[in-house]
Design a protein around this ligand. Structure first.
Ligand SMILES: Cc1cc2nc3c(=O)[nH]c(=O)nc-3n(C[C@H](O)[C@H](O)[C@H](O)COP(=O)(O)OP(=O)(O)OC[C@H]3O[C@@H](n4cnc5c(N)ncnc54)[C@H](O)[C@@H]3O)c2cc1C
Ligand code: FES
Length: 386
């Protein structure tokens, strides 16, 4: 079908074309504006950013903040709670990881990324040990939907954080306190040991200076004689620290285990689902422990993945297809690496994959056989359209 045939099918197209002609006759030519809006959109939602590491500072024994500035003097604005996906090349493998921006959107001279080392972490080790001040990194623009909206969420917010899950919440806390916004925040931050808490001193300082910000540290493995709040963030602890939950909106961010524990506790307390916002901090650390995982497939099972272009690669059951592709030097566009944004989708032509509940594949994509490769684990040999 030709473009003019398609245009004829659009209701009202003839009238708009006629009006454009009249405008052009009187000197207003919208065709001269072509590309202008694309440029404006690109300014706020750039596909890629070049960022220079301007500072690196330790937050605690296993967590470091990388302060990133733009190489061309411009950083797009972001909403507190959003992340950028950082691209790296390690040992010849091109991969990426999303990191929440921990600094306040009240300033956009830099983005802070606060990275916690995980045992044998491929990228976190690299960022903490190898990346130096002055290095230039590439990332996506700010992305993600874990942010505050005054229309839906009211002014009374409760933040439940675990481990490095404090980072997007820290950006929100910094924004509210720096800008003196009309919002109350009560943070309950769960850690195993007090020394694991990131930003502890700053959180204390902000809670002392700002009456609309309250900070509780909950320690699950306290030393004998520890006098602060102890235990996991459960219904009892929340009730004790927060009191009535009516009208409050909960923002939850932390390791996956925290969601399966905290969310049912909130539901038990009668908090409606629309008042619970959660950030998905990646795919499961041990996918074979997911309830729906087929027990007959062992974590170390290895399968082949045949690409439409003829290449055959190996993939492990317990590792997302995206990582198998990256290990083999195949680059697939991606952003959230959590099964949400659908950028990494590939079409499955044969075989079976396991998709954790968090992999939000659109119905139309499911029907056409697409999977999100960042959250699809091979259960058999596969054939994919790539
Ligand atoms: C929206 C979002 C925001 C986040 N924000 C933060 C944050 O603010 N701070 C923070 O610390 N974390 C954050 N994370 C988690 C972060 O993205 C990483 O998952 C985390 O840093 C661990 O990554 P890693 O590469 O070190 O470990 P993993 O990816 O878990 O690697 C574990 C193992 O996998 C193997 N491996 C993985 N990939 C490859 C590969 N391509 N090639 C070869 N081997 C591989 C390695 O053997 C390694 O030992 C966020 C995640 C999301 C989704
Ligand atoms: S990278 Fe977002 S769904 Fe896979």
């Amino acid at each position: 079908m030709s473009i003019s045939d398609m245009q004829k099918m659009i209701s009202g197209y003839d009238r708009i074309a006629e009006e454009l002609e009249i405008c052009r006759k009187y000197g207003i030519d919208y065709y001269t504006q072509r590309g202008k809006w694309t440029q404006a959109v690109e300014k706020y939602h750039p596909r890629r950013l070049e960022l220079r590491v301007s500072e690196k500072f330790a937050e605690n024994a296993d967590t470091t903040t990388l302060r990133l500035v733009s190489t061309n003097g411009y950083l797009p604005p972001f909403r507190a709670g959003q992340y950028i996906n950082l691209f790296v090349e390690i040992e010849g493998i091109c991969t990426s990881r999303p990191y929440s921006i921990s600094s306040s959107p009240a300033q956009i001279a830099y983005y802070d990324l606060t990275v916690r080392r995980i045992p044998n972490g491929f990228v976190s080790d690299y960022l903490l040990d190898k990346v130096k001040v002055g290095d230039v990194l590439t990332s996506t623009g700010p992305a993600g939907h874990f942010y505050y909206s005054s229309i839906h969420q009211g002014n009374d917010l409760v933040f439940l954080a675990g481990g490095s899950g404090i980072t997007p919440l820290m950006s929100m806390i910094r924004e509210v306190t720096d800008r003196n916004l009309d919002r109350n925040i009560h943070l309950i931050y769960g850690v195993r040991k007090p020394q694991e808490a990131i930003f502890h001193e700053e959180l204390l300082m902000r809670s002392q200076r700002h009456s609309n910000f309250t900070y509780d540290l909950a320690v699950s493995e306290p030393e004998t004689g520890y006098e602060g709040i102890t235990g996991f963030i459960d219904a009892d602890l929340i009730k004790k620290q927060i009191g009535d939950v009516t009208g409050k909106t909960f923002f939850v961010c932390g390791p996956r285990e925290m969601y399966s524990f905290c969310i049912p506790e909130l539901e038990k307390m009668g908090v409606p689902g629309r008042r619970i916002r959660r950030e998905v901090f990646g795919t499961p650390a041990e996918v074979t422990k997911e309830p729906a995982w087929p027990q007959e497939v062992k974590a170390d099972a290895e399968f082949t993945v045949k690409l439409a272009r003829g290449q055959v690669i190996k993939a492990r059951a317990a590792e997302p297809l995206l990582i198998a592709l990256e290990r083999s030097g195949i680059v697939v566009d991606n952003c959230c690496r959590s099964g949400e944004c659908s950028l990494c989708r590939v079409k499955l032509q044969a075989g079976k994959v396991f998709q954790p509940a968090a992999a939000l594949v659109r119905k139309s994509d499911q029907e056409s056989g697409y999977v999100h490769s960042c959250a699809a684990y091979p259960l058999t040999d596969l054939e994919i359209l790539l």
